[in-house]
Every structure is written in structure tokens, then in C-alpha cells.
Design a protein around this ligand. Structure first.
Ligand code: MGD
Ligand code: MGD
Ligand code: MO
Length: 576
């Protein structure tokens, strides 16, 4: 629920909590496998199976082994719809590595009771079961594996394509779940084509800046980090989203010039050579909506642009003029003229929608549900007609073993779902004994409006709160509200202690989004930003995604005079 208030779909009305309660009322049982109990609202009366971070793949393999052992797996489904069941089965049985992936094996890794893994597997096989895997588990070392293992487990249950069965991804992160609205059109800007075909996986930005000319693996290709002399950044805040911010700050010194568009004086603006002040949505008008929500909005300009702030569009239009491409960029329209043009054209094809003028005066329009009924998903069509509606995989089927990935020869991503020990986890913790969960913040979207009232109300003395188990707090002689230093070899930050019994022992939780506020370059962060601690390494050679949730830390009482938080201070402006 924390995450479904601000993301796409279901924003016109927040309905996810009510839909979950309806499920409960109809007898759906919820089982929450997570280090945090609060990942499911109390109202659904979930059973919480406390799980060590980054061990989901082991739990799923353990469940899969139980199904196999008891002949509870759907052999017919596996043979009809899946590729490579024999390979995966051999891995579950431990034929090659000598390690059968039993419930006891999974319990030893994950901390989930082996008897409960056994009984859960049986319950899953003998009732309609939906497995949902949150997006968060991909942000860890070998983060590809939990999705693949989950898909394999769901295939063994054989309920894919059935109502209320199968597997879903990211249900805890979008507001559209249970919405009953199909995908629909909205007015939108033409996207053009990028003249530059070079690219990097987004999480590899520091590697790019530090490693010009170096080669790296990505999805079967060998790519090269180009020499980078100029960074132009508009939208997004790398000093929020990136891992190991002290490393990023060093990398950020490499290019000759950094130009950013930013409405606020956050770390991105502070670390740029040129800051072009951009307007916020409150300083301009727009049409708001999402292709999976049943509302469209007129977003009226509330105030005139503050200071010298300008719309991103106008900044880019001026640049296009200087580069001799103004007409191609603007097609002769101002930002407001584009809104009119795009909306009117949309309206011509969709005459049942209000005119722009009507939308402007009513403020919003509720799209009737029967205008865009949901269409059957790709998986339903595939299950109904596996030959006629194949999946987009190379074999057209669900691949429990991938010959394509086998061909890549990646040690960090074998050709079938595999348990691989993460670089940092409770199973190898030493000097840094606590696993840090840095999840999405309750009181913001990422780093946005960190300076606002809602965000500030969630902090103590301007710093984020770190959740810690009573036993770990007692070991460190910590009380609620104490100031602590959270650290590892990558960095250190200050946070306020919140003692909680809804997370597991040796797990601490510090949400993302506090504006980065180092005392000096590479020094102590004063605001409680977890990304000075997280590791900057790719998930694997396959996806090279970020691995923020693979992170061990230590926590100690902060001795001495606490430094003031300076992240929201404004710069001193020099008069012309
Ligand atoms: N309020 C708010 N809502 C948001 C956002 C925001 O910033 N603020 N951001 C939006 C965006 S862009 C996204 S991508 C989504 C993200 O959606 P998610 O990825 O689902 O969100 P998180 O809150 O990071 O993680 C959800 C939970 O995963 C659990 N978790 C962490 N590691 C593990 C693990 O190894 N195993 C298991 N089983 N559980 C684990 C944590 O307990 C955490 O609370 O949220 C969206 N919604
Ligand atoms: N440790 C850890 N790190 C994470 C995650 C995690 O779970 N743990 N989650 C990751 C995920 S899923 C995501 S999506 C990323 C999010 O990372 P980002 O998307 O980079 O984070 P935001 O804070 O939303 O950045 C938006 C920036 O745009 C600015 N802005 C707002 N409106 C405008 C505008 O109209 N014009 C311009 N030019 N700028 C504007 C804001 O001031 C802000 O600085 O973080 C990632 N980082
Ligand atoms: Mo995200």
C-alpha cells in the first residue's frame, strides 16, 4: 500500500487496500515472505514468514523440490508449455552439484522453517495459488534469479493462465492491480528517434564515467564504455538513485562539463557546472493521466515560474535554435500549443471524451469502465493456444532452461534458475553484521519533495529513521530516538533509531530519498541517505541491474556533537 499511492494506475482513486480486503473477505489467504512484516497491511491478516534478505530463490527452489518429491507438480503442464524441465529437475535433485534443493536446505539459507516450507508447498499445490514477486528483489546480487525461480515454481503448479492463479510481478508497486481498466490511448508527444545508438544499462553510470574504453558484458553482448566528456542530465537524480554515492561523486569529477535541469538545490544541482533551473508541474499546465487509470486530469498552472525557472521544453527549444534545429524540434508550437494540438488530435479520434475546454473547466474526467475493458493477457492466450499464440521467448514456451543464456557462458547467470550466494548477506556477514534494506520511502516519491512537510514529518531532527530489531538495539545499548552512525567500508550516514519488532533480527531498514548531505567529499552523510552504503555492482553479466538490497552494515551510537543537516540550505547567490 505504501508504494501504490504514487505510481502509475489507480491514482484517480486509491483502491488497492479495498481490493485486498475484498480478497480476504472471499477467503483468500495471504502469506508474506519478507524481512518486513509491514509489506502487507494488517487488514489482510497475512501469515508472515520472516525471510532473510536475498534468499527468495532458495525458498522457491525448496518449495519446488517439495512439489517434485510429493509428485504434486503438474507434469502435463510442464511438458506442454515449458522448455527444459528435465534440466531444471536435475538441478532440483542435485544430480550435478550433489545438493538436493530440499526444504531443509532452503531453511538453512533463508531462516524459514522447513516444516512450513513443506506444508506450504502442499497447500500451494492443492488450492488456487498466485505467486507475486515484488520488484524489490531484483535490486540485489543475481537479482534475475528470483523471477526465474518464481516462474519455474508457478509452472510446476500448472496454474498459469487460470483466474487467480500463476505468477505476477511488481503487484506491490503499482496502483492498477484489480482495477478492471484496460490499456487505453492518451494524448502524448511524438518520441522521435535517438541519433546515438550507443547505450549503457542505466545502473552502470559510474562505471561509464570511470572506465572510458573498457569492455563489459551485457545480455550476450560485449559493449564498450565510451569516453565521456559531457554529461547533460534532465529529469531524475543520480545522487538519489545511484548506489555507492561516494564512488559516484568521484566519477562525476571525470567529465569536463556537467549540465543539469533541476527545480531544486539538491545534490544533483550542487554537483553540476551549469544548472538550468526548471519549473515544477505547479508552474506550468498539462494534461495528466495514465494509460491504465480511469481518470484524466487538467493540471492547471498554480503559480508563475519562480525566479528564472523555465519549462524543460522551452530550454530545449532555445538549445535547438542555437543548434539550427528549432523548427524540427518545436514544429512551430509553444508548450501550451502542443497540449492543445495533441489533445485536439486525440479528441478527434475519441469524440466521447470531453473537449479540452470542458476538461479545463471540470478539472478531471472519469473514463467509464466499459470503454476500455481489459483484454486477456499474453499468458492466457498462450495457455489457451500454445502453438498459435507462442510466447516471445526463442522456443515460444516458458523456458526453465535457456539455450540462449547457456550460449553466453556467464558464471553470474547460469542457464536455469539457480541459487547463487550473494556478495553480501547474513550468510557471510563478519565485520558488518547487519543486512540493510533501503526500500522506497513512505513519505515521498524517491527524493522528490524531501524538503516538504510530509517528508520532514517522517524524520527526527531532519534525519531519516532507521528501523532496528529490539535485540540488535539492546546489543548496542540503543534506545528509540538515539542518533546512530550507520557504516561500512563504502561510507557512513547518520540516522535516528526506531526500535521495531516487525522486521527480523540482524536486518535494519533505512528508506531511500533523504538528500545526500556529506560533511566533506567522501565524508559522513548527515541526512540518512542509504546510498552512501549500498554497493555499485551489476546484478550479473546478463542484466547489469542495480544491487542496492545486497548490503551489509554496522550501526553504532554517534558520539559527540551531532552536525547540523545542511541538505536543504540554499546557495549564496552573487549579484550580477
Ligand atoms: N511511497 C512511494 N511509493 C513508490 C515509490 C516511492 O518512492 N515512494 N517508488 C515507486 C517506484 S519507481 C517503484 S520501482 C516501486 C518499487 O516497488 P517495490 O520494489 O515493491 O518497493 P520497495 O519498497 O523497495 O520494496 C518492497 C519490499 O521488499 C522487501 N524486500 C527487500 N529485499 C527483499 C528480499 O531480499 N526478499 C524479500 N522477500 N523481500 C525483500 C522490503 O521489505 C520492502 O519493503 O514503488 C513505487 N512506489
Ligand atoms: N538504495 C536504493 N536505491 C534506489 C532504489 C532502492 O530501492 N534502493 N530504487 C531505485 C528505483 S526503483 C528508482 S525508480 C530510482 C528513482 O530515482 P530518480 O527517478 O532519479 O529519483 P527522483 O528523486 O524521482 O528524481 C527526480 C528528479 O527530477 C527533479 N524534477 C522534478 N520535476 C521535474 C521537472 O519537471 N523537470 C526537471 N528537469 N526535473 C524535475 C526532481 O527535483 C528530482 O531531483 O531510485 C533507485 N534507487
Ligand atoms: Mo522504480
Amino acid at each position: 500500500i505504501k508504494n501504490s499511492q504514487v505510481s502509475y494506475g489507480g491514482q484517480g482513486r486509491h483502491m488497492l487496500a479495498a481490493r485486498l480486503e475484498t480478497c480476504r473477505d472471499r477467503g483468500v489467504r495471504f502469506v508474506n515472505l519478507s524481512p518486513l512484516r509491514e509489506d502487507l497491511i494488517d487488514a489482510v491478516e497475512a501469515e508472515w514468514l520472516p525471510t532473510r534478505p536475498n534468499t527468495d530463490t532458495a525458498v522457491m527452489l525448496g518449495l519446488a523440490h517439495c512439489l517434485l518429491e510429493n509428485n504434486d507438480h503438474d507434469e502435463a503442464f510442464l511438458n506442454t508449455y515449458c522448455e527444459g524441465w528435465d534440466h531444471f529437475k536435475a538441478y532440483l535433485l542435485g544430480n550435478q552439484d550433489g545438493v538436493p534443493k530440499t526444504a531443509e536446505w532452503a531453511a538453512g539459507i533463508s531462516g524459514v522453517d522447513s516444516d512450513r516450507i513443506r506444508s506450504l508447498a502442499s497447500e500451494m499445490a492443492h488450492t488456487r495459488t498466485l505467486i507475486t514477486v515484488s520488484w524489490s528483489v531484483q535490486r540485489s546480487d543475481h537479482g534475475e534469479q528470483p523471477y526465474w525461480a518464481g516462474s519455474a515454481l508457478a509452472s510446476m503448479l500448472g496454474q498459469l493462465g487460470l483466474p487467480g492463479g500463476g505468477i505476477g510481478f511488481g503487484y506491490g508497486a503499482v496502483g492498477l492491480v484489480g482495477h478492471g481498466v484496460g490499456y487505453h490511448e492518451l494524448p502524448r508527444l511524438p518520441q522521435g528517434t535517438n541519433a546515438v545508438s550507443d547505450f549503457i544499462p542505466v545502473a552502470r553510470i559510474a562505471d561509464l564515467l570511470l572506465g572510458g574504453g573498457e569492455e563489459f558484458d551485457y545480455n550476450g553482448r560485449r559493449l564498450i564504455y565510451p569516453e565521456t566528456h559531457l554529461v547533460y542530465w534532465a529529469g531524475g537524480n543520480p545522487f538519489h538513485h545511484h548506489q555507492d554515492l561516494n564512488r559516484l561523486a568521484k566519477a562525476w569529477q571525470r567529465p569536463d562539463t556537467v549540465i543539469v535541469h533541476e527545480p531544486f538545490w539538491n545534490a544533483l544541482a550542487r554537483y553540476a557546472d551549469v544548472v538550468l533551473p526548471a519549473t515544477t508541474p505547479l508552474e506550468r499546465s498539462d494534461v495528466g493521466g495514465s494509460s491504465v487509470d480511469d481518470f484524466i486530469f487538467w493540471m492547471d498552472k498554480v503559480i508563475d515560474p519562480v525566479g528564472e525557472a523555465r519549462n524543460d521544453y522551452d530550454i530545449f527549444a532555445d538549445l535547438a535554435r542555437l543548434l539550427g534545429a528549432e523548427d524540427r524540434f518545436t514544429e512551430g508550437r509553444t508548450a501550451d500549443e502542443w497540449i492543445e494540438h495533441l489533445y485536439d488530435r486525440f479528441n478527434a479520434y475519441h469524440p466521447a471524451y470531453p473537449t479540452l475546454e470542458d476538461l479545463q473547466s471540470s478539472g478531471f474526467f472519469h473514463i467509464p469502465e466499459d470503454w476500455n475493458p481489459p483484454v486477456p493477457s499474453q499468458i492466457v492466450e498462450f495457455v489457451n493456444d500454445p502453438k498459435g499464440r507462442p510466447l516471445s521467448t526463442p522456443s515460444g514456451r516458458i523456458e526453465l532452461y535457456s539455450t540462449t543464456i547457456d550460449g553466453f557462458g556467464y558464471r553470474s547467470c547460469p542457464p536455469h534458475p539457480t541459487w547463487l550466494e550473494p556478495a553480501e548477506w547474513l550468510g557471510n556477514a563478519g565485520e558488518y553484521p547487519l543486512h540493510l534494506i533501503s526500500n522506497q520511502p513512505k513519505t515521498r516519491l524517491h527524493s522528490q519533495w524531501d524538503q516538504g512537510e510530509t517528508s520532514l514529518n517522517g524524520k527526527v531532527a531532519g534525519r531519516e529513521q532507521i528501523g532496528i530489531h529490539p535485540i540488535d538495539a539492546a546489543e548496542r545499548n540503543l534506545s528509540h530516538g538515539d542518533l546512530v552512525r550507520v557504516f561500512n567500508e563504502r561510507g557512513a550516514t547518520l540516522a535516528s533509531v526506531a526500535i521495531r519488532d516487525d522486521l527480523i533480527e540482524r536486518v535494519v531498514q533505512l528508506p531511500t530519498g533523504a538528500w545526500w548531505d556529506p560533511e566533506e567529499p567522501g565524508g559522513l552523510d548527515r541526512s540518512g541517505n542509504p546510498n552512501v552504503l549500498t554497493r555499485d555492482a551489476g546484478t550479473s553479466q546478463l542484466a547489469q541491474g542495480p544491487t542496492a538490497q545486497t548490503c551489509l552494515v554496522q550501526v553504532e551510537r554517534f558520539a559527540g556533537e551531532p552536525p547540523a543537516v545542511r541538505s536543504h540550505d540554499l546557495p549564496e547567490l552573487l549579484a550580477d
